[in-house]
Design a protein around this ligand. Structure first.
Ligand code: 5GP
Length: 127
């Protein structure tokens, strides 16, 4: 199988537009490096997307190319959102999609925070 090469960052992707304020978002958290907002098509009662403000396509280039400050700041922001939304006692699921098999639809790195219902142990549902 040929090695998958992810595309270069596309400044026209929907989250880039959202970061530039060209489309609205239901923001739940923002700091210098991170934005979190509610998913437009929620898959659970709580469905928030957390994104770095930097230009990263997926977890692959974020983990390889982002600075230590960006990486730590990003995961601290994910944790801050879970606390802000009061999810620590009921729990939550974090998901990030990368690459052809993952069904990633927006090529700007993002982590889904899903909560508000009891999930199944089955985490993988094939197409
Ligand atoms: P992916 O499939 O790439 O992991 O997730 C992309 C997510 O972005 C989907 O859950 C989709 O509903 C969400 N999404 C796509 N376009 C928009 C938008 O314009 N605004 C918001 N808030 N979410 C979006």
């Amino acid at each position: 199988m040929p090695m998958y090469r992810q595309p270069p960052y596309d400044d026209q992707n929907i989250f880039a537009k959202l970061l530039r304020g060209e489309i609205p978002s239901d923001t739940v958290y923002a700091d210098e490096r991170v934005l979190a907002f509610r998913d437009i098509n929620p898959q659970a009662p709580v469905h928030v997307l957390v994104i770095p403000k930097g230009r990263y396509v997926s977890f692959t280039d974020f983990s390889a190319d982002a600075s230590a400050e960006e990486i730590v700041g990003f995961w601290q922001a994910v944790a801050a959102v879970t606390r802000q939304l009061g999810l620590e006692s009921s729990g939550y699921r974090l998901i990030t999609n990368m690459g052809p098999d993952s069904a990633q639809s927006v090529p700007h790195f993002h982590v889904h925070i899903l909560a508000g219902l009891a999930f199944s142990h089955v985490m993988v549902i094939p197409k």
